[in-house]
Design a protein around this ligand. Structure first.
Ligand code: KG4
Ligand code: ZN
Length: 351
């Protein structure tokens, strides 16, 4: 089975071809980072226009690199939610046009389900074997931060266990980086600077410390950094900057890891998958692996390229739906919200 995936939900125009074994035949990502960088965040109107300009050439490049024609495909998958309304429409319209023209089935994919299944993509040199279902997934990206119980590769088998009450983890990285004048996106920059910093040199308190919860909160930590800068002045490009980055990152990562391992314990799941752009964070990977090993939890992390936004994860999630005969042609709607609704599981110790 060969599936073309198309992703335009935010600031990446991406297309990929994936087969039924999760092998990535092509994976083309055009990032709009340079376009949005002067504004310190994504400008929706600019994003839509750039998708419009590049969606078709990106799809053509994905087919060409995979060595397949539209007629060789078994179906097309496209991100239909969550995301920027105008940006989503560009991908969905292109995918619909291609599906009707080539008479191929078309399925809409929730971007978050794509992130959760990215760990099954087989890239050359993939570091570890994929987990068995069910597993716990920590999804931490620029727009979302939540814990999920994943019982199967379809939306209906995914249950949200807890989410952030305010900022997403990636958003907190980006906002703190903006505050410190470091550029966009902030996550990779803070990650790099923090490697040379002392995480205990500047006292910041851990979000939700001492609470037995599966929820997250990062806006208070961001405020602590703002207060520090107001009181002590913005650090220059010096050791104090590295220490501040290290302290902020350590508190975010401790919170993510402690809640994720609590979810594994409460649900009796021995596998934890890290997903989303923040899963590329070196300190998060290291702490999750160290603490997971102590608590008998296997931590599985997708290849770096599969953590950030890409279309291979959309193709793979779509493949699961196409394989059972789903076809959304003529019925595909876009939404800024995820379809993964929050569920309270009574009697399972979850609030
Ligand atoms: O999943 P993603 O590519 O896009 C969304 O769906 O949001 O995630 C992007 C987010 C950005 O906020 C970026 O700062 C963050 O992931 N990020 C990181 C790292 N690499 C990307 N955050 C911390 N450490 C990193 N190494
Ligand atoms: Zn994403």
């Amino acid at each position: 089975m060969l599936v073309l995936g198309i992703e335009t939900s935010c600031d990446e125009t991406a297309a990929a071809v994936v087969d039924e074994g999760g092998r990535v035949l092509s994976d083309v990502v055009h990032s709009q980072i340079a376009l949005h960088a002067p504004y310190g965040g994504v400008v929706p109107e600019l994003a839509s226009r750039d998708h419009l300009r590049l969606a078709r050439p990106v799809v053509e490049a994905a087919l060409e690199r995979a060595g397949v024609a539209l007629s060789d495909l078994d179906g097309i998958a496209v991100t239909c939610c969550p995301g920027l309304a105008g940006a989503l429409l560009v991908g969905v319209q292109l995918a619909s046009g291609l599906a009707w023209a080539a008479d191929k089935p078309l399925v809409g994919v929730d971007h978050l389900v794509g992130h959760l299944l990215a760990v099954f993509l087989r890239h050359p040199g993939q570091p570890s074997a994929p987990p068995d279902f069910p597993f716990i997934a920590l999804l931490a990206s620029g727009g979302h931060t939540a814990l999920y119980h994943v019982a199967g590769p379809w939306l209906e088998r995914v249950t949200e266990l807890g989410a952030t009450r305010d900022d997403a983890a990636g958003e907190a990285f980006d906002k703190v980086a903006k505050l410190l004048g470091l550029g966009y996106p902030g996550g990779p920059i803070i990650d790099r600077l923090a490697r040379e910093g002392d995480p205990e040199a500047i006292p910041l308190s851990r979000p939700m410390a001492g609470r037995r919860t599966l929820e997250f909160s990062f806006s208070g930590l961001k405020t602590q950094v703002m207060r520090y800068v107001a009181e002590h002045g913005a650090p220059g490009n010096d050791q104090r900057l590295r220490d501040l980055c290290a302290a902020f990152q350590r508190r975010v990562v401790e919170s993510l890891v402690s809640q994720a391992l609590r979810a594994c314990e409460q649900e009796g799941c021995p596998s934890l998958v890290l997903a989303g752009g923040v899963a590329g964070n070196s300190a998060l990977r290291a702490l999750a692996e160290e603490q997971g090993a102590r608590r008998g939890v296997r931590v599985v992390v997708p290849a770096m390229v599969s953590c950030t936004d890409n279309a291979a994860m959309i193709a793979l999630a779509g493949l699961q739906r196409l394989a059972r005969g789903d076809d959304d042609r003529g019925a595909l709607v876009t939404s800024p919200r995820t379809q993964l609704e929050r569920v309270t599981r009574k009697g399972r110790g979850l609030r």
